[in-house]
Design a protein around this ligand. Sequence first.
Ligand code: UFG
Length: 326
Amino acid sequence: MKVLVTGGAGYIGSHMIAELMENGHEPIAFDNLSTGNRKAVLCDGFYPGDIRNPVDLDRVFAENKIDAVIHFAASSLVGESMENPLKYYNNNVHGTASLLEAMGRHGVRNIVFSSTAAVYGEADEVPISEKTPVKPKSPYGETKLAIEKMIAWASGAMGINYISLRYFNACGAHKSGDIGEWRENETHLIPIILQNLLGLRKNFRVFGNDYDTPDGTCIRDYIHVMDLARAHTAAMMYLFEGGKSDIFNLGIGKGFSVLQIIEAAEKATGRKVNFTYEGRRAGDPAVLVASNEKARKILSWESVEDDPVEIIKDAWNFYTRHPGGY
Ligand code: UFG
């Protein structure tokens, strides 16, 4: 399958490309490199370009007979979206409209979309299923939800088949250690802990220890990035086999607190994590854990790695091999 991976130089996109190559598919990366890294792209096909630019899109679609699009290109930081919501509407919503239009112009009918658990906001139930009411608490979550709906409408009108995947907390790295999670301005828990352990970052702060959870810190569902990538391949193949357009949660179905992740990082690295407690970070829900039953049943997908110690070992392997980034 020839697969266009938008955002292919980003954290999850680059792992998607590795997974597609390992399974005999032919990925083509498309990325404007605003946050992605050219060195993270392991495939030969790379098109620098912006999804908001029809000329860039027409070029890649005209030069390649694309079977499916896996769409990651987006702005994806909750905090930044609160400060600069229009950037998120422009890049994410307008960008995806432009991508769908290009798919229409070039007769490409299949898309797997990278959505997020942020569409649920502060969910009323745990675990969170696809039937749990959506009520995003940030422009980031709002724009991802708007895109899900836009794709569904476009699907009806244009005959596009789609799967939207709502990820919980992506983490870990490819076993090779060649690619991993690296951003200029990191905000995510596990890379921050590892950067702190490598002396690249001075303070590591735990945001809030007064949540209504057993140890007072927030609980999340940490899913290995290669398990996420495998789910996209499963979703794409499901569409090719005639499966119907749908939405799925992707998580391991188990929650770990920030303190449990710190403990796992200490086991994985053999080092002691030093931290201080801070107040809560605005917009953080106390508990986010997925029900992944639907993906298991319909996509026949299972997470392979459920142990945060092993996940962090993979991330640590990447970090120790690339301490200064790519
Ligand atoms: N945390 C800290 N200290 C830090 C960074 C994070 O204590 O320096 C805590 C957070 O407060 C949170 C947990 O670690 O409780 C995880 O935080 P991350 O920033 O790693 O991830 P989030 O759960 O905030 O965000 C993730 C995805 C988003 C997605 C969101 C859904 O990264 O893309 O889940 O709510 F939108």
